[in-house]
Ligand binder design. Structure first.
Ligand code: MN
Length: 334
């Protein structure tokens, strides 16, 4: 897994040469704020006044960090996304490190890359309050949350079951055409795992593991080493070594031209790493205010250009793509 798999015979394809059936839209970290969900969807022009999907066949990727902290509508956001999917929306929801707090609690495992459990995060984990309604008695203290009781009651209630299903559908990574979507900034280890495993295997190992415990009576002991490796590499946020040009070039060899992620508010910086365009879409979407900065959205246009809202912060790095017409449309709706 530590060796880069470079296939020199592969022809590099420029973003312009890729056939795209639709635009792909992205929304950054919502941190449990349902108003921010609607605000960002509105900015993208894919919902009407009654919050119905009007985006047709557009693809949409949520870049993770929906659950577990800062605000406590995480489950409602997942339910709302599901209802848009039932109206025909083609949506992917990624897992972020904050979602991992909540999922780790349900899996009965330590938070990824950290010896502690979710209880170590309780100070910031307002979203964990969402689990309290699945306790048999009213608890004022998150430390008293009993994982077995919560999971049992979630499985027994229609709403809880729906939430568990929504969680089981979350992915670690998405690839659409020549773009990869991740929650965090892309690291060397992430790039190496993508090159070695491929996107589908990463998702299937992760989703199978979560499903086994949340819906199929399995326990943490049943999960594979690969499952924990994926958790550690994609959801641990300390001690990270970022992707370098050599990894960018290798990704390019397998047809990846862009990486879009959430997690870090980089103030609109875009990077060219070995020919791969890398940018964060996160501008603290969870704040949900009316300013441009509070929108965390992007659009990959069918001509290969990527429109990302610019903030008033400095832009550093090699800007590879132009800000185009879709951004004008976004601006009008802000
Ligand atoms: Mn994050």
């Amino acid at each position: 897994m530590n060796t880069l798999q470079i296939t020199p015979e592969t022809k590099k394809i420029s973003p312009k040469e890729v056939f795209r059936s639709t635009e792909v839209m992205v929304i950054g970290d919502l941190h449990g704020n349902i108003d921010a969900l609607w605000g960002n969807l509105e900015s993208l022009g894919v919902i009407d006044d009654e919050q119905n999907w009007i985006g047709g066949g557009e693809k949409l990727v949520f870049l993770g960090d929906i659950l577990a902290d800062r605000s406590s509508d995480g489950f409602e956001i997942l339910h709302s996304i599901e209802s848009l999917q039932l109206q025909g929306a083609n949506i992917t929801v990624l897992v972020g490190n904050h979602d991992d707090f909540a999922i780790s609690f349900l899996l009965n495992k330590p938070v990824s890359g950290n010896g502690g459990t979710f209880l170590n995060y309780k100070e910031q984990a307002f979203g964990m309050i969402e689990f309290e309604k699945y306790m048999n008695k009213e608890y004022k203290n998150l430390e008293k949350l009993n994982r077995e009781e919560v999971l049992k009651n979630m499985k027994a209630s229609e709403e809880g079951q729906k939430t568990l299903q929504n969680i089981c559908n979350m992915k670690i990574i998405e690839q659409i055409d020549d773009t990869i979507f991740t929650h965090t900034d892309i690291t060397k280890a992430m790039a190496e795992m993508i090159l070695a495993f491929g996107v589908d295997r990463i998702n299937s190992v992760y989703q199978r593991g979560v499903r086994k415990v949340l819906l199929e009576e399995g326990s943490i002991e049943d999960l594979s080493e690969e499952f924990f490796q994926i958790n550690d590499i994609f959801l641990r946020t300390g001690n990270r070594e970022y992707m370098s040009n050599i990894h960018g070039k290798s990704l390019k060899e397998i047809g990846i031209n862009h990486v879009l992620h959430g997690h870090s508010d980089n103030g609109g910086k875009r990077f060219n790493i070995g020919g791969v365009f890398v940018a964060s879409v996160d501008h603290s979407a969870f704040k949900g205010g009316e300013k441009i900065d509070a929108r965390s959205i992007g659009v990959i246009r069918t001509d290969g250009n990527i429109d990302l809202p610019v903030t008033d912060k400095d832009m550093v790095g090699n800007v590879m793509t132009a800000i185009g017409k879709a951004w004008d449309r976004i601006k009008e709706s802000l």
